[in-house]
Design a protein around this ligand. Structure first.
Ligand SMILES: [Zn+2]
Ligand SMILES: [Zn+2]
Length: 139
């Protein structure tokens, strides 16, 4: 699978099939995307490969435990990575050339949803992280 940004400067390729796709309604995703939520899927870190415009890819510390990468020319958000899961990245499904091919299976940070952005599906909804999230102790 391949994807890229709005301006076309940055392109990437997935070296393996993504899994664990889901929606995130957290405030950081809202600000990062300008949308009520973002849809992510997961691949091993080495399997997300920038194939064009890598020098235009920016990095921002989006929390005290993670960072995001984006196109510095047009702003398209590509991926997020958290320190406690260094072996995987979560990329924005919508940036795939064919995003229909990866379907979200859950919602996280649903407690942070914008009131008018109720999900109209029957997927599992978690107020914050999923209970089994690797590297996080249940709170
Ligand atoms: Zn761009
Ligand atoms: Zn989020």
């Amino acid at each position: 699978m391949e994807g890229g940004c709005l301006c076309g400067a940055v392109r990437y390729r997935l070296a393996s099939a993504p899994d664990d796709a889901g929606w995130c309604h957290c405030r950081t995703c809202q600000l990062n995307s300008g949308s009520p939520a973002m849809a992510f899927a997961t691949v091993p870190t080495d399997d997300f490969v920038f194939t064009q415009g890598v020098d235009l890819v920016g990095k921002i510390a989006s929390s005290d435990f993670g960072h995001r990468r984006f196109c510095t020319r047009c702003g398209t958000p590509f991926l997020m990575q958290v320190d406690h899961q260094p072996d995987t990245v979560d990329f924005s499904i919508a940036t795939l050339d064919e995003p229909d091919g990866v379907t979200p299976g859950f919602h996280i940070f649903y407690a942070s949803r914008i009131a008018w952005a109720e999900a109209c599906d029957a997927l599992p909804r978690h107020d914050r992280f999923r209970p089994d999230t690797r590297g996080l102790s249940p709170d």
